[in-house]
Design a protein around this ligand. Structure first.
Ligand SMILES: [Zn+2]
Length: 599
């Protein structure tokens, strides 16, 4: 903590400011199962132990605060009752809900807490600031629909598409990132930097009724004037900030929070654009700073006072711009992502601000992400062009180091010298060369545990600790699942066929050839899928040619059912139904519990 601004307690004052009431007890249940539980984090009130980085422990103490808070006149926030915040803006007839959390149950509990203290106001409108599920999934906990719902243009597409194609792998990796299987304890999960963790209730989605398409667009909801700034390609592909001029309050969505955010989330996603992120923050300052006395976001606590607002948003801006520009400067000198990540240091003035610290994103993995965005996985060195995969690589390294005894001896030496990173690399080879080597596994688990306990970054800590857990206890099945019937129903027909295509087991389908026409009766759409050379090709409005082997007439709901293995009852057909069976026969289910720290 020597180089950290430990005397700066402003964040604690801001996190407590405006406190109205806490949820008591601080648990939310669904069918008797806890989907949210703040009580389990009460140990964070103690002094930081040796098993945690003091800076991350401090962030946990701030994020664990929960309840209803006043932001300014007529604006309240529910904080600490899910990963994200829900903001409540009081209008003439009721209340506008901004970002109704991830789970229906948490959103309902939050709204009830608000109403207990502010009266039984009806929800008159909803705003989704962006397309991530922790900002819309709880919507049915606050409304059944029938009210205006505003979202940035492209919201629906991105809300469903980001998790469609690689969703299984993202969910699996998310269990490493958020650590739901870890004990909540000083040795275990102490938050994820952005909040404590994700809730595990019901995810819903009501489509927006109005798109925000341009910066400067002004809308009046329940008598409240709101001016929007769209920020596509920042923290989410569809995102927006907004000002409530008559309350002098600015919402920065998830574009400026009290952490360095992810340019690339460790669960996996497409790389975000640090350059435009910084530009939109500059624009937000220019448009809104003179008209705001408070800035709040959909995570963490607000910042009050014009000077503080400008300093806060400018530093966030400088941080993303610096990371972007310096990465590009260094890569144009021939440095690779790994090298730049090692060399990059934020300016001291930025490091002195807590909110630039990497509790969720990190300088290290963000720099590699920026490199990846511009240059991809290959660093240009032919030695890295055609490497052996991990098991083959591991066997050879182990052989070269005199067998497993040699590797373990070397690993012990590096471990004793405190070079945990190289000890992890060596032991990882030992485990991949022989996954049944229990001694190597337990040594590697020990190294991961120490790396986790030393991490300032919450998601790094969770990754290391879940790795240790799975090395000793085997794969822990995922209990993070961002799919839901409403998200599935929001898929376009093209996305449904794309999802089908990525489940075709290529080699098994090499010799297969078939064509199916699909008439979506409820949408009055015509689609054709053809399977040839192991590729399932989709075409909307197919030109008439030779007839398909099978024509099916069905609803979109029935199509979704077919994909999830429900029988084809009630589907009208013409042609040979055996063709559908042949297609289904070459589909493979994804593996939601694939190994990560073992081969
Ligand atoms: Zn979020």
């Amino acid at each position: 903590m020597a180089d950290l601004p430990v005397d700066d307690r402003a964040d604690f004052e801001a996190a407590d400011r405006g406190f109205v009431a806490a949820l008591d007890p601080a648990t939310v249940t669904a069918d008797g199962r806890a989907v949210w539980d703040t009580e389990s984090y009460s140990f964070l009130q103690q002094e930081c132990p040796d098993t945690a980085h003091p800076s991350l422990w401090r962030q946990g103490q701030l994020c664990v605060k929960q309840g209803l808070y006043a932001v300014t006149d007529g604006i309240y926030q529910i904080r600490g009752l899910d990963l994200s915040n829900m903001t409540l803006i009081e209008g003439e007839r009721g209340v506008i809900v901004v970002d109704p959390l991830l789970s229906v149950e948490c959103a309902a509990a939050g709204l009830k807490l608000y109403r207990d203290h502010r009266g039984d106001r009806p929800v008159t409108a909803v705003i989704y600031t962006h397309s991530h599920a922790d900002h819309f999934g709880g919507v049915r906990g606050v409304t059944g629909g029938g009210v205006p719902i505003l979202a940035p243009a492209g919201f629906m597409h991105h809300a469903v598409s980001e998790n469609v194609y690689a969703g299984t792998a993202m969910n699996r990796r998310a269990t490493y990132m958020y650590g739901p299987a870890l004990p909540r304890s000083p040795e275990g999960q102490i938050g994820c930097g952005l909040g404590m963790t994700t809730s595990t209730g019901t995810i819903s989605l009501i489509p927006p009724t109005k798109d925000i398409t341009r910066t400067g667009q002004e809308e009046t909801l329940d008598g409240v004037r709101i001016v929007f700034q769209i920020t596509p390609g920042t923290e989410a592909p569809a995102e927006m900030n907004f000002l409530i001029p008559d309350r002098r309050a600015l919402c920065m969505a998830e574009n400026a929070t009290h952490t360095q955010h992810n340019i690339l989330t460790l669960r996996g996603a497409q790389v975000r654009d640090a350059r435009v992120w910084a530009r939109y923050l500059t624009e937000a300052i220019a448009l809104f700073a003179d008209h705001a006395d408070v800035v709040f976001a959909s995570h963490h606590w607000p910042t009050w006072g014009r000077e503080n607002i400008v300093r806060f948003v400018s530093r966030q801006r400088d941080m993303y711009a610096y990371l972007h520009d310096q990465t590009l400067r260094m890569l144009n000198k021939g440095m690779t992502g790994v090298e730049i990540a090692e060399a990059m240091r934020l300016p001291p003035a930025l490091e002195q601000a807590w909110h630039t610290h990497g509790y969720y994103g990190s300088v290290s993995h963000n720099v590699k992400a920026i490199y990846q965005r511009y240059l991809g996985w290959f660093d240009g060195n032919p030695a890295h062009l055609w490497e052996h995969p991990p098991v083959e690589q591991a066997r050879r390294y182990v052989e070269c180091m005199g067998g497993r005894e040699g590797v373990l001896a070397f690993a012990r030496r590096y471990l004793d010298d405190g070079d945990l990173r190289f000890a992890a690399a060596l032991l990882n080879h030992a485990v991949f060369a022989d996954e049944h080597d229990d001694q190597a596994r337990s040594m590697l688990a020990e190294v991961y545990t120490r790396l986790g306990h030393g991490s300032e970054n919450g998601t790094w800590r969770n990754f290391y600790l879940v790795g240790a857990l799975e090395l000793t206890g085997g794969v822990v099945p995922a209990d993070i699942d961002t799919s839901s019937p409403e998200l599935m129903a929001a898929l376009t027909v093209e996305q449904i066929f794309d999802s089908l295509a990525i489940r075709v087991d290529g080699p098994r389908a090499w010799e297969e050839s078939l064509a199916i026409d699909w008439h979506l009766t409820d949408l009055n759409q015509y689609h054709r899928t053809t399977l040839s050379n192991g590729a399932l090709i989709h075409q909307a409005d197919p030109p008439p040619r030779q007839p398909a082997d099978l024509t099916l007439a069905l609803t979109k709901q029935q199509l979704l059912g077919l994909l999830t293995g429900r029988p084809a009852d009630g589907i009208e057909h013409e042609g040979d139904m055996n063709v559908l069976a042949r297609l289904i026969a070459v589909l493979e289910d994804p593996d939601p519990a694939f190994a990560i720290v073992t081969p």
